[in-house]
Structure formats: C-alpha cells, structure tokens
Design a protein around this ligand. Sequence first.
Ligand SMILES: Nc1nc2c(ncn2[C@@H]2O[C@H](COP(=O)(O)OP(=O)(O)OP(=O)(O)O)[C@@H](O)[C@H]2O)c(=O)[nH]1
Ligand SMILES: [Mg+2]
Length: 440
Amino acid sequence: MSCAFSLLESCHLPCSRYLSTTFRFSRGFYQMQRPIKHKTLCLCRNMQTFACELVKASYVPTPQTKPKDQSLAKVETIGAFQKLPMVMPSVDIFQSALRKAKRVLPTKGIANVAKRERNRGAKQLDALMKELAVPLRGYIENFPKRIYLHPYERSLIELTFGAGNYEEVLKKVDALRKKVVSVGKEHASLCAKSLSKKEAEERLTEGLEKLQEIFKCEGQAIDDLLYIAKTLRAMPVVDLEMPTLCLVGAPNVGKSSLVRLLSTGKPEVCNYPFTTRGILMGHITLDYQHFQVTDTPGLLKRCDEDRNNLEKLTLAVLSHLPTAILYVHDLSGQCGMSPSDQFMIYKEISERFGNHLWLDVISKCDLLKESPVVFITEDREVDHLELANYQKIGPEGALRVSVKNEDGIDKLKKKVHELLMSQMERIKSKRIQDNIEVLR
Ligand SMILES: Nc1nc2c(ncn2[C@@H]2O[C@H](COP(=O)(O)OP(=O)(O)OP(=O)(O)O)[C@@H](O)[C@H]2O)c(=O)[nH]1
Ligand SMILES: [Mg+2]
C-alpha cells in the first residue's frame, strides 16, 4: 500500500499549482488550520478514525510505562507516530465530560436540602474538572518528546510543523490542563461553602460556565494537537530492517515514473517540477523478498540555507535512513534543468552521502536518441573534463533507461535487485555488530 503525506510548504517556483496548495511556515503554525483541500491531507483526516485503537471505548489514553530515566532510552526505531494517542476534538471532550459530571449524584443520606445541594454541586464540579484534565494529562504523557524520537521522525516533525511548534502546542495543552484543575478546584470549594440551596445552585452554574469558557477560549490547543496527531499518523512508516531504495535527483527528471515502474508505489507523475511533495513509499517483491522504495521531492542547485522544506525532507531521508540511492539524471533537457546544474547537485549529494549504496540512472533515453538538447546557457567549451563527460554520457557506469519505451528497464530491475541484496547484507552485518556491542 502506498501512502503519501504532503508538506505544507511554499515553493518559490512560478507554477500556478503551488499558489493554490501551498502554505507558508514563516507565518506560523496556525496558518495550517485553514481548510486544506489537498487530497493526501484528507486521507490524513480519515485515518484518525480507524488507524488507532480506542482504549476501553474511551479517548482517555492509558499511560504507557516509560523508562524511569528517559535519557537512557536509546533511540533506534521508527514508528512512534503510529503509537500516538487518539485525540478528541475539544468540543467533544467538554460535552462528554459535562454529561458524565451531570450524572454525579449527591452523597446518600444527606437530609438537609442546602447541604445536599452544595455536596452535589461540589462533586459535579470536581468530576467535570477531572474528566477534562485526565485526557489532557494522557496526551501530555503519551505524545513523545522530540528528543526521544528517531532523528528521521524528529526532522519530519520540524519540517512539517515548523521548528518548536510541536512542543509549543503540547505546552499549551498542559497550560490548559493546569488552568482547568485550579479553576475547577476553586469553584468546587466555593460551592461546598454555600449557605443555601439557591447559592449552591448558582455556584455550580457559575463553575460550569467558567470551565466551559476556558475550554472555549483555549481548547484550540487540543484541536491543534489533534491535527498534529492525524498528520503524523498518516506519514509513511519506514521499516529500518527492510532494504530500501531511495530515488533522488533534480525535480522533473522522472523519479516518480521509475518508482511506478519498479514498485507498488503510485506517485503522481506530471510534467512540472515538485510534483512529488512528500515521501512516498512503495514496495518491491523479488524472489519472495520484500523491499521498500521511497520517492522523494527533487533537489535544486542551491545551498542548504536556501532549500525549501521539500528539499530538506529529501536530505533528512538521506541523512537518517540507511537507504540505497538510485540517482536519476535527465540529460534530455525535458526536466527544465541543464545537465551542468544537475552535475553540481549530483557532486554535492554524492560527496555528502557517498557512504550509501549507489546506482546512477539516466532517464528519458528515448529523447536522447531523437534530439539531444543543447542549453543556450550551457557553456559549450567546458574545460572541466568530468563535467564535459557528464553532459554527454552522464556519470560513469550510469544505466540508460526509458519509461516510455521500456529501454533498459529489465537491466535496471536486475541492478536494483543486486543493490537491495547488498543492502540486506549491510543490514545483517550491522545487526550482528550491534549485538556484539550489547554483549560487551
Ligand atoms: N519521454 C519520456 N518522458 C518521461 C520519461 N520518464 C518520465 N518522463 C516524463 O517526465 C515528466 C516528469 O516525470 P516525473 O516522474 O513526475 O518526474 P519526477 O522526478 O518525479 O518529478 P518531481 O516529482 O516533480 O521532482 C513527466 O511528464 C513524465 O511523463 C521517459 O522515460 N521518457
Ligand atoms: Mg515525483
């Protein structure tokens, strides 16, 4: 099954599609709360309904046992997003809590009407306070702290919601919980001191209204947390034990077309850059063995500070996941980026991530046969030998393929299989190495 998520980010490209679907991080987290028409995010919304278990038919999460000293917890696995608690909309939390609180009866055997009424009022306010505070405490305890997450998941949080916004939302939820507890206690105590039935009733109404007002004003933090949970839960899960192939290259060079051909993944293919706006997983089964394939957003020729969040996401995958790389080059000119610019990006990436298993592919070779494109801006008298060779034949040993007429595809599949088998060996030897270290 393939599953995509979209980064809500602005790309500075003159494409009308971006104008309708992009969101600027710089304008803050709340910008994301606008209605989002992106279909992958609609999927995220739906997923919350069935992707998570209900704990005893309640949204109140059960506290999970955590290591006492969390600093000792070793972060090695991915999958924390799938364990996030179910978050209930703030309105529903309040309505459900209020219903339960109103069912609370006064202690039996109090004959005096005023005493019975103040007992009922205090108990109902206390119950409402607890019904509101308990789920919030559950969220605070069960949403993982970013430092205990795998670095890849940490990057996803930062790139999706903006630096610090995840923590900020959790902090607001905790502040709301504290306020509910203190206001609830205060009003319960006032109610318990009432001198008459009428006063007790008034104090009860006052307390209920006050708690409702607090929830109305500050409940947005819970709804933001709900949005975070849905978005994170819908992100594709990467199995670190399974060999993975990651397709990398400039925008529009044909990465997604190759993912569709090689795997079960069905990313969108269009003739404009940044069609792929998130990480998309596909699977390959070869000789009864399963492998993962990730499609990534394209990389532009620029320094890291200027990169958009889509490019940063690709770099996060390469930095934190032990994937093999299938680097795609388009020398035909159809992608819109000159071979020399692609060469610069390629050099940078291969220097940075040269420790990954690697395969170079020249895409769209059907176009190369017909009409090699010469870029006007391209320096024809290139004295840089490596670049000159790259412009003509691409990197040494690169495979030439065409998705259109399937030229070179069988050979590519064979090479991909070999690459993934080598990666499997790497994973196994790393596992053995880790076990030896544990035994020492
Ligand atoms: N002629 C020809 N066109 C191709 C081939 N492979 C891909 N294309 C076209 O190239 C364009 C871009 O393909 P994609 O697969 O979306 O490229 P991408 O690298 O995933 O693009 P981004 O996601 O935007 O970075 C589409 O119009 C494809 O139809 C090929 O082998 N031959
Ligand atoms: Mg793509």
